[in-house]
Write a protein that binds this ligand. Structure first.
Ligand code: NAG
Length: 252
């Protein structure tokens, strides 16, 4: 054993006492007394005469906590309509009529709507979906439109909101007056995507800022896609009932 008794005790103190493990910072006065230059300023410390302009960003904070931020993901393709049991009904249409995108295309692949979107890595929205081959005039975002009379969804009502092309509106915003059509209140940034299944889901925001259940529904007789708060309420005493559907981004 090369270690003497006293060095053994010092080593033991170093193990027990956390303070003993922390090397003490030498002051510049001590460095200069030893003939050394002053130590360089540490990043992120306030140095007299310098203004610290960098604020911690979410990325910086994520790195600091050992989580590497994952980049956003872009998706492109068509929007496939599937029933709850997984059966595919077809793709959302691209029509230069008053219906624009609000139904399924039965007229061949040239009239399928193409879309693109960029989502956070988690897929969690709200974000926009852009129509990339519109055969209709502006606006070009795939979104939702209520009217001045009906612009709320809720769990107890049969109110509906249209699935249609709208102008871009901020994420989380209450409905915004359409700049293209009278009496319409619209939202574009309502979407989230499941990165595994590529299912897209919408979240309408009511004028009172609440976030209602936003069921995507399809009336096969009218070939119409729309949003509803309560599909059972919608179907009660209704000659043209609708099914709950799911929408998926499918590459072309
Ligand atoms: C849509 O149809 C109208 C005529 O109804 C036409 O003027 C317009 O150019 C068409 N838009 C596109 C993008 O094809």
């Amino acid at each position: 054993m090369l270690l003497g008794k006293s060095s053994f005790i010092i080593a033991l103190i170093a193990l027990i006492s956390p303070a003993a493990c922390t090397p003490t910072q030498e002051t510049n006065a001590q460095r200069m007394a030893r003939g050394l230059p002053p130590s360089p300023p540490k990043f992120g410390r306030n140095v007299p005469g310098r203004i610290q302009v960098r604020q911690p960003t979410p990325v910086w904070a994520a790195k600091r906590h050992g989580v590497s931020p994952l980049p956003p993901v872009s998706y492109a393709g068509r929007i496939e309509v599937r029933y709850k049991d997984g059966r595919a009904r077809g793709f959302v249409r691209n029509s230069n009529s008053s219906w624009t995108i609000g139904g399924v295309n039965d007229l061949g692949a040239e009239q399928d709507l193409h879309v693109s979107l960029t989502a956070p890595h988690s897929g969690k929205g709200p974000f926009d979906i852009l129509a990339t081959n519109p055969s209709f005039p502006e606006p070009f975002y795939v979104g939702a439109a209520g009217t001045n009379f009906i612009s709320s969804l809720d769990l107890t009502s049969r109110n509906t909101i249209a699935f249609t092309n709208v102008q871009q509106t901020p994420g989380g915003s209450v409905p915004v007056s359409s700049t293209f059509k009278d009496n319409l209140l619209v939202e574009s940034a309502i979407w989230s995507i499941n990165p595994d299944t590529k299912e897209i889901t919408g979240q309408w925001i009511n004028p009172d800022k609440s976030s209602p259940a936003t069921v995507i529904a399809y009336d096969i007789r009218a070939n119409k896609i729309f949003f509803v708060g309560n599909i059972d309420a919608y179907n009660t005493n209704n000659d043209t009932p609708a099914d709950t559907i799911k929408l998926f981004i499918v590459p072309i």
